[in-house]
Design a protein around this ligand. Structure first.
Ligand code: FE2
Length: 161
């Protein structure tokens, strides 16, 4: 799973954040060393793709199963932060967009169920619902990253404005 490939927009790094023991994310020293090497070997634009967010998103039930090794993960990417164009993650099953320590990020909705926008301190259970699914369409250029959220299951009538 953990791999990288070059595109006309930069190098895509696909990070394996799976913890075989739990639903939380893990980024062990071996995987950190791989990422460190990958980042050292290039000096162009980087796009990161990972399942677990390496930061809290404000939904306590999901924050407790975020990437566990977030600070050591950050230490690996921090020297290269200026050329990390975007961080894509999943796991949360919600549309979330923002910026983490200078790195822009986005998360798409799930394709099966969604996690409810429950901003309380409740950590158990995770509140879910059947808000519609969506996928993202990322448009990349030298000076811009645009992420569209596509409600592909929407069947409402189209009309002209
Ligand atoms: Fe997950």
């Amino acid at each position: 799973m953990q791999s990288g490939f070059d595109t006309p927009s930069g190098r895509f790094l696909l990070l394996d954040t799976k913890d075989p023991e739990s639903h939380a994310g893990a980024y062990c020293p071996a995987r950190q060393a791989w990422l460190d090497r990958e980042l050292d070997q290039t000096n162009g634009p980087i796009f990161l793709f990972m399942h677990h967010p390496p930061f809290k998103i404000g939904i306590a039930a999901m924050d407790q199963i975020m990437l566990r090794d977030a600070e050591t993960f950050y230490d690996v990417i921090a020297p290269h932060k200026a050329r990390i164009r975007h961080l894509f993650f999943g796991h949360v099953h919600r549309a979330i967009f923002g910026n983490w320590r200078g790195i822009s990020y986005s998360c798409m909705r799930g394709l099966n169920h969604q996690v409810a926008l429950e901003l309380s301190e409740s950590v158990d259970p995770i509140a879910a619902n059947f808000e519609p699914p969506a996928y993202g369409v990322a448009m990349l250029s030298d000076d811009q990253v645009t992420v569209h959220l596509h409600d592909f299951a929407d069947r409402s009538e189209r009309f002209l404005l």
